[in-house]
Design a protein around this ligand. Sequence first.
Ligand code: AMP
Length: 415
Amino acid sequence: MLIQKPKGTYDLLPEKARQRYFLEKRVREIFNIYNYSEIRTPTFEKTELFKRGIGEETDIVSKEMYTFKDNEFTLKPEMTAPVIRAYIENNLGNESPLQKLFYICNMFRRERPQAGRFREFSQFGAEAIGSSDPYIDAEMIILADSIIRSFGIEDSVIKINTIGTAAERETFFREFKGYLSGFLKELSADSQRRYVINPLRILDSKVQGDLEILRDAPVLYNFLNDETKRNFQSILDILTQSGIEFETDNRLVRGFDYYTSTTFEFVSEALGAQNALLGGGRYDMLVQQLGGKPTPAIGFAAGIERLLMVMEAKKLLPDSDDNLKLFIVSMNKECKKFSFKLADRLRKQGVKCETDFLGRSLKAQMKEANRSNSEYVIVIGDEELKNGTANLKRMSDGTEIRMNDFDNIKNYLFK
Ligand code: AMP
């Protein structure tokens, strides 16, 4: 029986892999302009890192982790905890009081696959570790916005909220749970479970019945202290001054326990049900929680598949412009020897070219040259070998250039 790829994974065939390369290259360029440096960490980490970092009661840790049978290691479901682990382990805080890091890599979550939701997927993201300045919150959102806009996506909506500190949330939870206790039986099964283990996440429910109950629920923002509110307002002011349009959404909480104060998300209509393109927030307790010194930090992660889906829907993906410069056709075995050497020489001079490896007829080789969109084609026959001359044919208009110096063929190709 044919062996198929695991559920929730996909193959990136050449055309898609090329688009992916284009996207990653641009993302790197923008991270570099904002002075973020790349970090790479192992594909798997100690399971404990995610339990302690993300939180045991989150969906990701409780239901979706790919943990090896021996239970010690887990394929990374997200990158913030690994980055912070590396930050602490390598004493990056001593090197510079503010570390601005970015990553582009694959993540693994055993979720129910659907459009825009995979079990192995790719994210790019950034973490700024060491500053609690509202300007760095703003920079993070502006950076994410710059990347999204650089791909021509103008209509993604930025949602922003503040969820305060754990201490501020305590009083809210008491009131919130008190309110919800009157509706427990009417809440969705997920929200009932969360009521016990992670009530904040009930705010994230998309179930209609839950939404109606939540309409009159106490609002977290009203339980935050003045400093948190002032800080949040500063971030909003900086964003406004920077010309960023956003919506505040006092129910925006995210799927990880480590978030404190600022949370944000970019959503796109083009995505359907899984409409989140990018999400992030501040996580001022995480470094300490993972054994480092108390260090404020903020970051975001964006889904690469989702970004490409939006670009595809909006026809923003570029066509390939990386065609062959030359296809070398050989009339017979003797000529093939010459063609192979010619291709080798040209490639060493940086010219993208191809020749035949299937013993095809002249006609079939010409057809292949056409199919591959080669800019030029050259036919090497006995005559050409004897005289040291050949015709370079430009495929777009059929014009031919007489060429009498194989050593300098590159000059003819780039005239
Ligand atoms: P998160 O790490 O959950 O905050 O997600 C950040 C972004 O990663 C989301 O906004 C999505 O674009 C993307 N993402 C998260 N989970 C998946 C998944 N299972 N498949 C594809 N993209 C995902």
